[in-house]
Design a protein around this ligand. Structure first.
Ligand code: HAM
Length: 424
């Protein structure tokens, strides 16, 4: 029996891989532009990290984590998201020591045991940013703007920002009380999972996918009415900055996000992708208590995570990534052992000069080699025939025009460099 890849994972290659590279190039360029530095953290962490940050009553922790015991009897978990690891790294490496705002980014695989479908997999990729050390609403707006800048650069249209404030701890305490009062008369109608959350973490019910809750939600109290004065003011300022930056957003009173660490600003990027159920291409918000909860100083944080598979799906839907087929500068056509030996050295000289070149490694006939050159989109072929080599030369043929000329072996690098300069 052939071994297949695990359910909910993907192999990526060819044209699709090239689209990933285009996306990653845009992301890294814009991350640098906005002054974010990359941080790489382990793909697995102590399980406790996610219990304490993401939260024990979330879907991620209750149902979706890949948790295992290693040979040293430690409980470890494949990271289901990036914020927890970066916060741990920020605290553990004392990145707060210089008192500056720290802006970090990451790009890599995350793991959640979910029901696989279009745009939802068990190993998926996120680009995420985290900015530590500022409560300024201007940075909330900047974070949201960076995501929109990436979408614009990719040519992705009609991305909507959904925005809410989940308040500070004072606001939340009052609001949670209201929610408990609101839902208690309907306790019997709640799905078991929501009932179990009613007294432990009632805001989770707002994020419930259960149909019987959806109806109730329309009548549920909104956080906005329970925001403390500073939280309400902060939310106002974030909105004012977004307007200034001309970033369209919609206020979404039920938006609480699926992770427990959020305070104040919470947002999601949404794009309509017919056929794909999941069109939330990213989400984020503030977490002003998380750094302290993870043993660091009292420092606020804010960030987002974008789902790269979902962005690529949306791009495919809108046709915004074009496929640039790879090309090479020169293919070396060989005939016998002697010409192959010459080609091996020539190939090295060409590549060391930055010229993309290839040769045949299957001792094929000339026709097959020319076909291979075509498949690689070679601009030139260099024919290393017996006569040519006796003269210390090759025949250089331009594929598009069929034009052919003799070039001395030692002049080939120069000649191809000149041609390369003409096109680049
Ligand atoms: P999240 O909303 O759980 O937030 O995930 C962010 C994005 O990852 C989602 O909007 C979605 O596009 C993508 N995503 C999530 N699960 C899957 C899946 N199973 N398959 C494909 N894509 C998926 C976070 O993870 C937070 N750490 C974001 C954040 C950073 N907040 C503050 N800083």
């Amino acid at each position: 029996m052939k071994v297949q890849r695990p359910r909910g994972t993907n192999d990526i290659w060819g044209k699709e891989m090239r689209h990933w590279h285009q996306l990653e190039d845009v992301i890294r360029r814009l991350a640098r532009l906005y002054q974010y530095q990359e941080m790489r953290t382990p793909l697995f962490e102590q399980t406790e990290l996610f219990l304490r940050s993401v939260g024990e009553t979330t879907d991620i922790v209750e149902k979706e984590m890949y948790t295992f015991t290693d040979r040293g009897d430690r409980s470890l978990t494949l990271r289901p998201e990036g914020t927890a690891g970066v916060v741990r790294g920020f605290v553990e490496n004392k990145l707060y020591a210089d008192g500056q705002v720290q802006k970090l980014y990451y790009l890599g695989p995350m793991f959640r045991y979910e029901n696989p479908q279009a745009g939802r997999s068990r190993q998926f990729h996120q680009f995420g940013i985290e900015a530590f050390g500022s409560e300024d609403p201007a940075i909330d707006a900047e974070v949201i703007a960076l995501g929109m800048h990436i979408f614009r650069e990719l040519g992705l249209k009609d991305v909507v920002v959904q925005l809410n404030s989940v308040g500070d701890s004072e606001s939340r305490e009052r609001y949670q009380q209201q929610l408990i009062e609101f839902f208690t008369p309907y306790e019997d109608q709640l799905a078991p999972v929501d009932r179990s959350r009613l007294h432990r973490n009632p805001m989770r019910i707002l994020d419930s996918k259960e149909p019987q809750v959806q109806e109730l939600l329309a009548e549920a109290p909104a956080m906005l009415d329970y925001l403390s004065k500073p939280a309400a003011q902060h939310f106002q300022q974030v909105q004012a900055y977004l307007e200034k930056l001309e970033i369209p957003f919609v206020y979404e009173p039920r938006l609480v996000r699926g992770l427990d660490y959020y305070t104040m600003t919470a947002f999601e990027y949404y794009v309509d992708v017919p056929g794909a159920q999941a069109s939330t291409i990213g989400g984020g918000g503030r977490y002003n208590q998380l750094v302290a909860e993870m043993g660091g100083p009292e420092l606020p944080g804010i960030g987002f995570g974008l789902g790269l598979e979902r962005i690529l799906l949306a791009c495919a839907e809108q046709g915004c990534l074009v496929d640039e087929e790879p090309t090479i500068d020169c293919y070396l056509v060989t005939f016998d052992q002697a010409s192959r030996e010459t080609a091996v050295s020539l190939l090295q000289s060409l590549r060391q000069a930055g010229i993309r070149a290839e040769m045949d490694y299957q001792s094929r006939k000339m026709k097959a080699q020319l076909k291979a050159a075509n498949r690689l989109n070679a601009r030139f072929v260099a024919i290393l025939g017996e006569d040519e080599l006796q003269n210390g030369a090759v025949s250089l043929k331009e594929m598009a025009t069929g034009e052919q000329r003799q070039v001395q072996l030692e002049a080939l690098v120069q000649e191809l460099k000149k041609e390369q300069d003409k096109t680049e």
